[in-house]
Design a protein around this ligand. Structure first.
Ligand code: SF4
Length: 386
């Protein structure tokens, strides 16, 4: 396919495709799927070799959020039977983090439900970061505490936070359909605040919320414009008790196309396979390793992932290797710099061809049996899955 040749050439140069080319990746047929994976895999290997970075989630505060994000099991009025607890202390949080590090995680992601932190919350997180780094000097700590107020990003940076996560989630056009208590611009502002304070920005999306191909491409291009260092790609976990509980639209093939599109648009950025991989990619998970260079180890915030040991086996069986603490994740030209996806806006060549419509799209079957609420790890007496 001329399309794939063009995308590989651009990706190897660190350039992004045009919007039309990105849409064409999503429109490829199942007959072309392995060619798409192989092409995006070449771009992945150019910038990240066969390394896989492991990240570990610690949910510092779970549930009872006043916001109404419709995809979220922790939202206002959620009927999902998730764990609910308020702030973990620094000791408990650092023990959970240590389990992830022992399992091979290079980054620990400290997450708290809520619209955004109070200054007192920032102080609590500062103490937690200190406790984690006291025992694991090399670990990267990413905070994910919601919308930031003035000065909070600087305080988190000063406390040792290496990165800040705040996802854009979906396109600006459809943001109002998934949340009414804050908007797309609020999210963009927080990502910029984190960057302005010198933290590495982590910002991604959730696919499978009923969005169109155009929405997916819009949000990925919006992310490219914001220049995050890492882009987590979540696939909606349709929790019973949330407004999107019946939204089972993804197929494993669709998930792979989405990941390939993100890789092409952000060729030299850390693309992370995030929540929902087990339930939507299912047996095709190993193929996704050819597209992403980063995954979460073990469990998610409120749901269980596959066993951490199974993650490590999958990585080894697929011929990849866990990235060590001494290895830089990003290519040299992106380290410590706002390098975007490696190209100037508008510098991409026009799209040379069109892709086939996907005639094989089959509605996904609901697999509620695969969604398990997290009952172990942080906030419980049971050991974490790492
Ligand atoms: S702000 Fe965060 S925790 Fe609250 S509902 Fe939205 S995604 Fe969930």
């Amino acid at each position: 396919m001329d399309l794939l040749k063009t995308l590989v050439d651009k990706g190897l140069r660190g350039e992004s495709p045009t919007r039309e080319e990105a849409l064409a990746v999503l429109a490829t047929s199942d007959d072309e799927l392995l060619d798409v994976v192989a092409a995006a895999g070449r771009v992945r290997r150019r910038w990240f070799g066969r390394r896989v970075k492991l990240n570990y989630l610690v949910n510092l505060k779970s549930g009872l959020c006043p916001e109404d994000c419709s995809y979220c099991s922790q939202r206002l009025g959620s009927g999902a039977d998730i764990l609910k607890y308020t702030w973990l202390g620094p000791k408990e949080a650092s023990e959970a983090a240590a389990a992830g590090v022992a399992g091979g995680a290079k980054r620990v992601c400290l997450v708290a439900s809520g619209r955004g932190p109070t200054d007192r919350d920032v102080d609590r997180v500062a103490k937690t970061i200190e406790a984690i780094k006291e025992h694991n000097e090399d670990v990267e700590v990413c905070a994910c505490l919601g919308l930031l107020s003035d000065g909070q990003a600087e305080r988190l940076r000063a406390a040792g936070a290496d990165a800040y996560n705040h996802n854009l989630n979906t396109s600006e056009n459809t943001y109002g359909d998934i949340c009414t208590t804050h908007d797309f611009a609020d999210r963009v502002a927080t990502v910029k605040q984190a960057q302005g304070a010198g933290m590495s920005a982590c910002s991604g999306l959730i696919a499978g919320m009923g969005e169109s191909d155009e929405d997916l491409v819009d949000v990925v291009f919006a992310l490219r414009g914001l220049d995050p260092d890492s882009v987590p790609v979540n696939f909606l976990i349709p929790f019973e008790g949330t407004p999107l509980a019946k939204e089972w639209t993804l197929t494993p093939q669709r998930c792979l196309r989405i990941l390939a599109m993100v890789r092409f648009v952000c060729p030299d950025v850390e693309v992370r396979l995030a929540g929902g991989r087990e339930i939507h990619l299912r047996t095709l998970q190993p193929l996704a390793l050819h597209l992403v260079n980063s995954v979460f180890l073990g469990d998610y915030l409120t749901s269980e992932g596959q066993a951490g040991k199974a993650d490590l086996e999958m990585i080894a069986d697929a011929g990849f290797e866990v990235e060590g603490a001494g290895t830089a994740t990003l290519p040299e030209h992106r380290r410590g710099a706002a390098g975007g996806c490696g190209h100037a806006e508008g510098s991409c060549a026009p799209r040379p061809d069109t892709a086939q419509e996907d005639a094989s799209a089959v509605p996904a079957a609901a697999r509620t049996d695969l969604v398990a609420v997290r009952r172990r790890g942080a906030g419980t007496d049971l050991p974490p899955n790492a």
